[in-house]
Design a protein around this ligand. Structure first.
Ligand code: NAD
Ligand code: G6P
Ligand code: MN
Length: 436
């Protein structure tokens, strides 16, 4: 069986250990030749790198492991780049969230003003790693989680149209795991229909692979509880703020009970509620810095101190499952059905061809082939159109360095009430991002 070479870009990410653990657990389905980590923050990556080195020596000594900040070393002779960089790291995420909140608008990693600031930082970082990949491994695929995925996807469509970059999101996968628990089955037994933009979509059906339709059953549950589960399967999406988000899906569902909503719609449909219920001094960035980031790095330091990674505390979540399944689908042409962010080209019939949409695709060695989702109703079409134009204008504004377009993009976000507020938030974010 062929063995594959994988580089993880953003090696210092809190999600790196989970993906490595998943790769090791998948060695029979997706055998590894080389596993490299690449990050432009050498010090941060070294902590995880050293711990993972110990893990691999114990569990997979045959895999060639390197962690490096040298792009040539990192990207040479690779089959897959699994990317999850955060340009500006948690310090900037905290500002992305807190600056808009100061102006009483949604402060969120990927949605609204903060998401747009993050988006413009990400485009630069993504272009950098895409160009390294193509220079040193022209046939390599990049499987990209780096957020905001919709803005990154649009920038790739415009600026690197020929590049083998697939943008993905783990939210639908995570929510599908919740749905599978509601149904009393496992996610791999389910198949869905879904349409939307990234962090802006709806399920139209949830079925068993045997054909059983579970959509109504899931709806009946969501109507009362949102996606709040009784028992947690993942460690991801379980902090108090996430529980609140899962629960809030109940109210999003009430707005249009024809479909099952993505949790992220709460920022667009209930921005006033979100702001009222935000702690302006302690946002999700703080929760992660005090939680996941601290835990992952403490675990790594413990492994380094004790010299063993046996029974370590790293977790495999839906995030890691999805990206490894995707690599495998491409590597072995499995034609598995997965949600991907792709150029529309008719998949959503009454939506622009050049929109980057999130729809189910059949994934094989030539990449994703979208499955047609037909016509969508007026309400979703209007919401998505406004959001799409917001993201497209932002990317144009980035490329042309055009303040006016970026201001218009901010004005188009449903999370921002007026052009006046849009300008105030934008101007503050520009100052905070002066190093980028
Ligand atoms: P993190 O800050 O822990 O890790 C990101 C790493 O990227 C850092 O070590 C940083 O030094 C590195 N980095 C920044 N710019 C770089 C560059 N130009 N080149 C190389 N490395 C660079 O962040 P995290 O919380 O682990 O999240 C990582 C990324 O994954 C974020 O973009 C996050 O939004 C994204 N994410 C996406 C999904 C999804 O559904 N698409 C899910 C989870 C996380
Ligand atoms: C979900 C989303 C990701 C996002 C993540 C944030 O998984 O799909 O796009 O990055 O949540 O999680 P966090 O725990 O960092 O707030
Ligand atoms: Mn996502």
């Amino acid at each position: 069986m062929k063995k594959f070479s994988v580089v993880i870009a953003g090696g210092g990410s809190t999600f790196t250990p989970g993906i490595v653990k998943m790769l090791l657990a998948s060695s029979e389905r997706f055998p590894l030749k080389k596993l490299y980590l690449y990050d432009n923050d050498e010090e941060r990556q070294a902590v995880l790198g050293e711990a993972i080195e110990i893990m691999l020596k114990e569990d997979a000594p045959e895999v060639e492991f390197v962690y490096t900040a040298d792009p040539e070393v990192a990207f040479t002779d690779m089959d897959f780049c699994m990317a999850h960089i955060r340009v500006g790291k948690y310090a900037m995420r905290e500002l992305d969230e807190k600056i808009p909140l100061k102006h009483n608008v949604v402060g969120q990693e990927t949605c609204g003003a903060g998401g747009m600031a993050y988006g413009m930082r990400s485009i630069t970082g993504m272009l950098e790693i895409i160009d390294y990949m193509e220079k040193y491994s022209p046939d390599c695929w990049m499987l990209n989680y780096s957020n905001p995925a919709s803005i990154v996807a649009e920038a790739c469509r415009v600026l690197r149209p020929e590049s083998k970059v697939l943008n993905i999101c783990d939210m639908p996968v995570g929510t599908l795991r919740r749905m599978s628990q509601i149904i009393g089955t496992t996610p791999d037994q389910l198949e869905v229909d879904y349409f939307g933009l990234n962090h802006f979509g709806w399920w139209t059906s949830v079925r068993g692979k045997d054909g059983t339709d579970y959509t109504q059953l899931v709806k009946d549950y969501v109507k009362e509880n949102g996606y709040l589960n009784q028992v947690e399967i993942d460690t991801q999406h379980t902090d108090p703020s996430w529980q609140e988000t899962h629960k809030k899906a109940r109210d999003i569902y009430a707005v249009d009970p024809r479909f099952l909503p993505n949790t992220y719609l709460k920022y667009y449909l209930f921005p006033d509620y979100v702001v009222e219920n935000s702690n302006k001094e302690y946002t999700r960035a703080n929760e992660v810095m005090d939680g996941r980031e601290k835990d992952v790095f403490e675990t790594a330091r413990h492994i380094i101190e004790t010299g063993t990674a046996k029974d370590n505390g790293f977790h495999i979540d839906s995030h890691a499952y999805f990206i490894v399944d995707l690599a495998r689908a491409i590597a072995f042409n499995t034609h598995e059905r997965m949600l991907m962010i792709v150029e529309n080209n008719g998949a959503i019939a009454n939506f622009p061809d050049d929109a980057m949409v999130e729809v189910p695709c059949i994934v094989g060695s030539k990449g994703p082939e979208p499955i047609c989702q037909g016509q969508i109703p007026m309400f979703q079409q209007a919401l998505m159109h406004q959001q799409l134009m917001c993201e497209k204008l932002l990317v144009q504004g980035y490329i042309e360095q055009d303040y006016q377009k970026v201001w218009q993009a901010f004005t188009l976000s449903r999370t921002i009430p007026s052009a006046t507020v849009a300008k105030e938030v934008l101007d503050d974010l520009i100052i905070a991002n002066k190093n980028f």
